[in-house]
Structures are given as C-alpha cells and as structure tokens.
Design a protein around this ligand. Structure first.
Ligand code: SF4
Ligand code: SF4
Length: 141
C-alpha cells in the first residue's frame, strides 16, 4: 500500500487531551504522527499542526475518527498571503498569531511574516484593518 503524508491543523475542544486520540491513530489506523506545532493551554482550545503518514484510506478514517470526537480537522492545503506593500505596521495581526508567524521587529517595529511558522489558522484575516491577508488555495502541499 502506498504511504502518503498529509498535514492537518487539529483544534481540540477545551479539557480534551490529545494523547489518547493520538494513540488510537497510531494503534488502530497505523498512522505515523509528527507534531509540527502545538499550542495547548489548560482550559482552552488546543491547536496542533500534525503531519500524518499512512495509507490514504487510513488517514481518511483516522481523521473521521477525530472528527467524531469533536476535534476539528482542517487539511493544510492552502496558505496565507500578505500584501506587505500596503501594511501600516499597526501590529494587530501579531496579537492573534499564536504560531509566531507574525511578529514586530524589536527595533524597527516593522511587521515580519515568517511563512514557515504559519499554521493557516486564518485569525489574521479578520484582525487586519486593511484586509491585507488572503487565503491561497492553489499553492499548498
Ligand atoms: S494564518 Fe495568520 S494568524 Fe494564523 S498562523 Fe498564519 S499568519 Fe499567524
Ligand atoms: S494588521 Fe494588517 S496593517 Fe496591521 S501590521 Fe498586520 S498586516 Fe500590517
């Protein structure tokens, strides 16, 4: 069976631990899990960016299993673009970017966008008063 890799952003409901669910993915669905990013605050939603490796049908069934357990799963087949030319460097977007992709330069206070850190949570889209962020659906992996 052909093994494939897929990246997903998982949003766990408050109070749910990800460990038992991850265990099921590994044991029941034979999926290898690589955690690329994790943000889990006690009592709040947890967010994980995972790379899953397995057969196409196992990954599909594993995702279905997670969704049945109130985990929101979004494939990372899109990316965020920013029109930096029109940025006024207000910093609003940095306040919502828990992944740390958007930061203000500590000396110049100019916005910096590190695309490699972006987990496509889309929170910056609403945060920007200039509407400078867009979702690009065509250049994902
Ligand atoms: S989508 Fe926006 S807010 Fe979310 S991680 Fe990427 S840059 Fe940050
Ligand atoms: S919210 Fe928009 S205008 Fe403000 S720093 Fe971020 S990208 Fe620039």
């Amino acid at each position: 069976m052909k093994m494939i890799k897929r990246r997903y952003v998982l949003k766990f409901p408050p109070q749910s631990g990800d460990k038992p669910l991850s265990y099921v993915l590994v044991k029941e669905y034979d999926i290898r899990i690589n955690i690329l990013k994790a943000e889990v605050v006690p009592g709040k939603r947890g967010n994980l960016l995972l790379e899953l490796e397995g057969t196409s049908s196992n990954i599909k069934n594993g995702i279905k299993y997670l969704e049945q357990h109130q985990v929101e799963c979004s494939p990372l087949d899109k990316k965020i673009t920013l029109n930096m030319d029109q940025c006024i460097h207000c910093g609003n977007c940095t306040a919502v970017c828990f992944a740390g992709a958007l930061t203000m330069h500590p000396e110049t206070w100019q916005l910096q966008f590190n695309k490699d850190e972006c987990i496509v949570c889309e929170l910056c889209l609403k945060a920007c008063p200039m509407n400078l962020f867009e979702i690009d659906f065509h250049n994902g992996n």
